[in-house]
Design a protein around this ligand. Structure first.
Ligand code: ADP
Length: 329
């Protein structure tokens, strides 16, 4: 997919700049077929602009999952919160889950809107050093459904990468230490677009989030195959909801039994790093619903320890050995 795709383009539009523009199977019957087949071809003109915007982003991390509901957005949010504990570290959190954006709610920013300035779109800030960008900020109501076709979704991702001014300094550079990208479940057009647009300026890698059941692990294997195919380094896999620690008696039970050995065994078999397991903790879900930072609020919980150990490993992977600790921890 490349180039600015018209709104009325078919689902599998190859983009006006593609060598296949006007000739691909999806072009049959498209009102733009003639214009596309005769128009100029070549690399997407947005790429240099995206590269320029991204040169100031030191680390880009994609958060992926094979299935929905495994805790990917929760992990992406807590990763961003944890990275921003250090007030000298500038963090951006971006939602490219266009049809199911959850970051505004999870970060306590529901109802906020994006502002536009001469230097681009301004993210919405949780704190001075944590900015969030989500299509959720563009909806008039949180229950509004986004039913965009592939080309329009890709156009939005491109615009997010090209037009967001992460520091608001107006000089067109991003100046971020970390950009955490929350993606939709599975491997879709959105993943391909994000990889295509970010690859030239460098992606540090992907963190894969799963639950322990074989049903979820099966889909993670597809995610691994996707990353290998498109050349994205895998930072590792995180096993979420791996056990339940009762907040009252502190006893641990296994809710989703890992019948095939869980994520650790799958990681060994597929030769990817296993980053750790996060237990089920109802306070995680509550913090998400209330838009609060779990890691700030529950530092004595096993889940806090699990999260911070995992996030420490992710930081080490990108060459950053600063300890991860919430204020007061
Ligand atoms: P995904 O992004 O994979 O679709 P979410 O991050 O939206 O999944 O998580 C789905 C639900 O599970 C949310 O309500 C979230 O708060 C909850 N959740 C995620 N991780 C945990 C956990 N470790 N313990 C308890 N609830 C969790």
């Amino acid at each position: 997919m490349s180039g600015d795709v018209p709104e009325n383009a078919p689902e599998n539009c190859v983009g006006p700049q593609s060598e296949q523009a006007g000739k691909a199977a999806a072009c049959e019957g498209c009102p733009n077929q003639n214009a596309c087949s005769t128009g100029p071809k070549g690399p997407d003109p947005a790429l240099p602009l995206i590269n320029e915007r991204m040169t100031g982003v030191k680390h880009k991390i994609l958060v992926l999952s094979g299935k929905g509901g495994v805790g990917k957005s929760t992990f992406a949010t807590n990763l961003a919160f944890a990275l921003s504990f250090d007030e000298n570290v500038q963090v951006g959190l971006m939602d490219i889950d266009i049809t199911g954006p959850s970051l505004p709610k999870m970060t306590g920013l529901e109802g906020e809107t994006i502002h536009q300035s001469n230097s681009g779109w301004s993210p919405v800030y949780v704190t001075d050093n944590l900015g969030v960008m989500s299509v959720g900020f563009m909806l008039s109501h949180p229950d509004e459904a986004v039913i965009w076709r592939g080309p329009k979704k890709n156009g939005m991702i491109k615009q997010f990468l090209k037009d967001v001014d992460w520091t608001g300094n107006g000089d067109g550079t991003s100046g971020l230490d970390y950009l955490v990208v929350d993606t939709p479940p599975g491997t879709s057009d959105e993943h391909l677009s994000a990889v295509q647009y970010l690859k030239e300026s460098g992606i540090d890698g992907a963190v894969l989030v799963t639950t322990p059941q074989e049903m979820a692990l099966q889909d993670v294997r597809k995610e691994i195959a996707f990353c290998r195919k498109v050349g994205v380094n895998i930072i590792g896999v995180v096993e979420n909801m791996a056990g339940f620690v009762c907040p009252n008696c502190k006893g641990e039970s296994v809710i989703f039994a890992p019948n095939t050995g869980g994520a650790r065994k799958m990681a060994e078999e597929t030769k990817i790093p296993f980053l750790g397991s996060i237990p089920l903790d109802p306070r995680i879900a509550k913090s998400c619903d209330l838009g609060e930072s779990f890691l700030d609020l529950y530092q004595d919980s096993p889940a806090y320890k699990a999260y911070t150990d995992i996030i420490q490993k992710i930081r080490a992977h990108v060459g950053d050995t600063t300890p991860v600790a919430a204020n007061g921890a």
